[in-house]
Design a protein around this ligand. Structure first.
Ligand code: FPP
Length: 247
């Protein structure tokens, strides 16, 4: 959890992305939605490396939400299959480029094959330190809060011991600082149950760019917006503080 109260650093330590717009991108090309998700994987790999090049330490992406099970069975199984293809196609490259991969979300519902692929991705990149990629899969912000409470209760944490820091230690992203920058592509302006706890003070950037088209230009534009923001974490702005100090 992040309780800093300082101006935005030039480069965010942690970027979170809702990778939206795959379906519309494919539809505009008269292609099936799956084709958009496939291109979405390529955009993800590009973005991980671009973030690493710019000094971002943590990148967390929303790949499959707790609510995405409501999509047509064909699309859901296509997305599951795509994970297996993506791991076999890109894991060696990401591992070689210093990317540490972690999966966050409820693993209970996914197939053994998928769980094994995730485990393999995590195990084979454990030593890497250049950038931490967290893939949120079967994840929801509300699920995360509930599972953290359950873990705390199972560990015997007493009500009077529980504070924000303690609860955060049970959250899925407890190893990472809170996201500094939260980007959503695809034109929708909502958080959609992603990182509800962690994004309390994230700077939000929404772009119409559809995820398969996200590249250096869009990333740099989001980073530039972030660098212009003044982060207050609930305190007064440094401009008002200076003005009252001078009065
Ligand atoms: C939202 O676009 C995107 C998703 C639900 C899936 C995101 C997944 C990927 C980018 C690739 C999978 C990732 C891994 C790690 C294998 P949408 O389908 O809602 O698009 P739309 O809003 O245009 O319909």
């Amino acid at each position: 959890m992040n309780d800093r109260s300082e101006p935005a650093a030039a480069v965010p330590r942690h970027v979170a992305i809702v990778m939206d717009g795959n379906g519309r991108w494919a539809k505009s090309r008269y292609m099936p939605r799956f084709f958009g998700h496939k291109q979405g994987v390529d955009a993800l790999v590009r973005t991980v490396l671009a973030c690493a090049d710019r000094g971002v330490e943590y990148l967390t992406v929303f790949a499959f939400s707790s609510e995405n099970w409501k999509r047509p069975t064909e699309e859901v199984s296509g997305l599951m299959g795509l994970v297996l293809v993506a791991v076999s196609k890109y894991l060696a490259k990401l591992a070689g480029d210093g990317v540490r991969v972690r999966i966050v979300g409820d693993r209970a519902q996914v197939s053994d094959k998928l769980r094994e692929a995730w485990q393999h991705a995590e195990d084979s990149t454990r030593q890497n330190t250049r950038i931490n990629l967290s893939v949120a899969f079967n994840y929801g912000g509300r699920w995360d809060i509930v599972q953290a409470c359950r873990q705390a209760m199972a560990a015997g944490v007493r009500a009077e011991e529980l504070d924000e820091t303690k609860l955060n230690s049970y959250m899925a992203l407890s190893y990472a600082p809170d996201p500094d920058l939260f980007i959503r592509t695809g034109g929708e302006v909502r958080i959609s149950n992603f990182l509800l706890w962690q994004a309390a003070y994230s700077e939000l950037v929404f772009t119409d760019c559809l995820w398969p088209e996200f590249g250096d230009e869009e990333l740099d534009a989001a980073l530039a917006q972030y660098a212009r923001r003044e982060r207050r974490f609930g305190a007064v702005s440094s401009r008002s503080a200076l003005a009252s100090a001078g009065s």
